[in-house]
Design a protein around this ligand. Sequence first.
Ligand SMILES: [Fe+2]
Length: 380
Amino acid sequence: MNKLPPLKFKDGKFKIMVVGDLHEGYIPREKDISKKKTADTMKLLRKAMDELEPDLVVLAGDQGKADNDAQMRAVISRITAPFTAHNVPLALVFGNHDRECELPLERQLELYAQEYNNFYTYDAVPELTGCGNCNLLVKDSNGKNDILNLWFADSNNLCENRNISYYDWLHEDQIEWYKNTAQQIKEEHGGKTIPALWFMHIPVCEEYELLREAKPYEVPDAVKGYGDRSKTFYVLKDHVEGYLGEGPACSEINSGIFDAWKETGDVMGAFFGHDHMNDFAGYYDGILLAQNKTASFQPYTDGCRAGVRLITLDENNIEDIQTRMYHFKQFGLKSESLGPVQRNFTDRQVIKIKAASWILGGAAVSIAAAVAAKKNRKKK
Ligand SMILES: [Fe+2]
C-alpha cells in the first residue's frame, strides 16, 4: 500500500460518502446534452461535498471508460474534481463496465493513484481474482486504536457461461483471502474482531431477502425480479427503507460471501452500486444491505433522483450505522440535462403516466369510433 496517513475518526464521527455508477466516458463531448449531463453530475457531487463533508469518498464501480492513459487521466480528473477541492481520501471498487475499456484495471488503479493525491485503494494480492481487493483500517479520533475496518472487493464481470448466470460472482479465492485476512487482523488486535463495512459493485443475492412477492393489487407498483426471478413481481418488505426501482441484478449463483460474513462476524453492513434505480437499505440476518443508485445523469437513471449515500459512524456506538441517500432534487438543485417530465416525476411515475395516457387515448379513440358509428347508423 502507498504511504498515506491512516484514516481516522474526527470528533468521534466517521462519515463515508458512497458515489455509485458515474459512467463517465471519454467522449469528444461536442454533444451538448452529454456536457449538460456531466454538468448536472458535477453539480450534485460538489453540493454533496460542501453539505456532507465526508471523511472518505467511495466510488461504487462503473466509474468511467477510456481507451488509453491520456483519455483515462482526463476521465479521472473530471470525476475527481469535486473531491480534489476538499482533498478528501478517496477509495473505489471496480464494476463490470470498468472492463469495457482498453485499459486493464491494474493500470486504471495506477492512474487513479497518480491523478489523485489522496487515493487509498490498492491491490492487496495481485494474484487474486479481480482487482482492488483490499482493506483499510480506521483509527479512533485520538489516532491510537483501530476501531473500524473497510473491505473493498471486486465483484468481477460477466459469467463466461451465460447459461449459468449473466453476471459473475465473488470467486472462492477472494472469499478465502477475506477470511484469512480477517483472521490475521483479529490476531494483530489481541483476538478482538474489528467491526467492518463491505463495499462491492454487484449486490449479493441476499438483497432479495429484503423484498417480498407483490400481491396482485400491488403489481402496478412492483418490479420484476432479475434473471431466474423474472417471473415474480417484488416490493420492499416493511422494515426496508428507500426506493426499489428495478429487480436487483445480482448473479444467479450465490458466491457464499454473505455466509462468510456471518461466520467471520466482522461485517456490520455492505454497500453496493450496479442497479442505478435502487437505493433501499435494510437488515437481513443482522447485516445491513444498502443500495446506491447512480450519482450520475449519464446512464439510465431516475429523473432528478440521482444521489449519493452518506454513512455516519460514531466511535462510541460503532454498530449503530446511520445512513441515508441525498438526492439531487432534495439538494434543491436545478437540472440542465433533463426535460420537464423527468425533472418532476420518477421513472416509474413516467411509465404509469405513459400507460395511463395510452389507455385513456385508446378509450377516447373507442368512444369517438362508437359515436361516429352511431351517427352513421342514424344517417342510414
Ligand atoms: Fe452501472
